[in-house]
Design a protein around this ligand. Structure first.
Ligand code: SDX
Length: 448
């Protein structure tokens, strides 16, 4: 197998070692490129650039393979247990019974928020985007747990991980309850992870919310399928923020912000909006597909396409099955599911999508499931974040353990070459004193 490649530029040569992964993926190590040749690589969107070596998740986009620490995601379908997968992703192996019991107890112990955090929720407008609240409140955890900022022991790290995985539910539920003017439901230590979240979201003082076993298992699988996805935009964000030495809460809060984007985790909301638009008759399926193929329309087939998968996203296939089983179990006839399946059928036979290898991704069916569970659309990406939290934590820890350098990409400058500052009076300004310039147009004309 080739051990290195040589590159010569303007008479300067460099040997670039070939790095080979456990699944025989190859990468050129360019860490000496700039010092040897003076040049850098350029790869907007990093489609050809690896940021790290990682042992957490493996994706083969051509074969449609996704494995967590080597275990194919399909194998979690039988008895889905999100907390077990959290441990697997973060610590590298399936938990022993004692490890699981300890972690589960920490999740229960750390489900509550500091009582004074409740005032933050009342400070947000009722229409505030839940992802903005989630990111703010996850960052706020570092204010209430300053001992977690310096992660100087394994036990501290396990507690910080438990706090994030447990409290993200409470933050999400409190944000929802505050937005609809309902009383908060405190976490109930007698309930399992998903059941506790549904209780906090939907129980009423006189009517505790009951989650049946089929729903609980389906929701566990949905969270598992969102749990990690190697160097996606939000996980890369967590790694980059963490590389500066920022604490775990700050890094995951940044991950929430990246996930919010409609090209990333926000796509699950955009898919529902798209399906609703078609269902309401604003656009027919055929019209929508035509616009999705028209570059000038600004419309894309949301929930379709992927930077890595050039075959079916295995998660989308599993989520379609969950959607069908859950809707049958709940006796829900959701027309959006049929519209989604029609869009998929058309796209999979349309040369535009086939040539570009565009298939349904994780976001295409997840919204239909969450809608069936009663989760409001504006909370879909929050649930995605709940699922992705263990992945973010695992990558943050892997990077901390590697002791990697601060992430600081280079650039190719294309701006003006050397020129000079021109004083204001030489630029035709009449008043050149700072006071004149800064005087507000009118003392009354302030906006919030
Ligand atoms: C997630 O990275 C991850 O792992 C992410 C994720 C995870 O688990 O973390 O899997 C979660 O974010 C899934 C993706 C959710 N986003 C969407 O569903 C939004 C719709 N999809 C696209 O915008 C797009 O496919 C991306 C953003 C997902 C991927 O974008 P790329 O890799 O930059 O691809 P591209 O934009 O360069 O598209 C290549 C071609 C272009 O056409 P040409 O210029 O070659 O003619 O395919 C077209 C695009 O116009 N295209 C689409 C399309 N996606 C790509 N055309 C119509 N509809 C689409 N959805």
């Amino acid at each position: 197998m080739t051990k290195s490649v040589s590159l010569t530029l303007d008479g300067n040569s460099v040997e670039l070692p070939v790095v080979v992964g456990s699944e025989l993926e190859k990468g050129l190590d360019i860490s000496q490129l700039r010092s040897a040749t003076g040049c850098i690589t350029l790869d907007p969107g990093y489609g050809n650039t690896g940021s790290c070596q990682s042992a957490i998740t493996y994706i083969d986009g051509d074969a449609g393979i996704l494995r967590y620490r080597g275990i194919p995601i399909e194998q979690f379908e039988q008895s889905p247990n999100f907390i077990e997968v959290c441990w697997l992703l973060i610590f590298g192996s399936l938990p022993t019974e004692a490890e699981y019991a300890d972690f589960s107890e920490r999740l229960t112990r750390h489900a509550m928020l500091d009582e004074s955090m409740k005032h933050h929720f009342q400070g947000f407008p009722t229409q505030a985007p839940p992802m903005a609240i989630l990111s703010a409140m996850i960052n706020t955890l570092s204010c209430f747990h300053p001992d977690m900022i310096e992660m100087d022991s394994d036990d501290k790290f396990i507690t910080a991980a438990a706090r994030l995985i447990s409290k993200i539910r409470t933050i999400a539920a409190f944000a929802y309850r505050s937005s609809i003017g309902r009383p908060y439901n405190y976490p109930n230590p007698d309930l399992l992870y998903v059941t506790n979240f549904m209780h906090m979201m939907f129980s009423l003082p006189h009517a505790p919310y009951e989650t049946d076993e089929i729903v609980r298992l389906a929701f566990n699988l949905v969270l598992i399928l969102h749990a990690d996805h190697e160097q996606n935009c939000s996980t890369s964000t967590v790694r980059l923020v963490g590389s500066s030495g920022a604490n775990l809460f700050a890094s995951c809060a940044a991950g929430v912000c990246a996930l919010w984007g409609p090209l990333h985790g926000g796509a699950n909301v955009a898919v529902l909006d798209m399906l609703e638009q078609i269902h309401q008759g604003d656009l027919s399926v055929e019209e929508y597909m035509r616009l999705a193929k028209d570059k000038n329309s600004g419309i894309r087939l949301m929930g379709f396409g992927h930077r890595v998968y050039k075959n079916f996203d295995p998660r989308a296939q599993m989520l379609q099955k969950v959607a069908e089983q859950l809707l049958t179990h709940l006796k829900i006839n959701d027309p959006l599911l049929e519209i989604g399946k029609r869009l998929e059928d058309i796209a999979l036979n349309d040369p535009y999508f086939v040539e570009r290898k565009l298939y349904p991704n994780v976001d295409f069916y997840s919204g239909i499931i969450l809608r069936a569970l009663g989760i409001p659309t504006n909370m879909f990406t929050v649930v995605f974040a709940m699922g992705r939290m263990p992945g973010w934590i695992a990558h943050w820890r892997e990077q901390q353990q590697e002791g990697s350098r601060i992430g600081r990409p280079r650039q190719i400058y294309t701006g003006p070459t050397l020129n000079d500052y021109v004083p204001r009076d030489k630029r035709g300004w009449k008043s050149v004193s700072d006071e004149d310039i800064l005087r507000p147009a009118s003392r009354q004309n302030f906006e919030f």
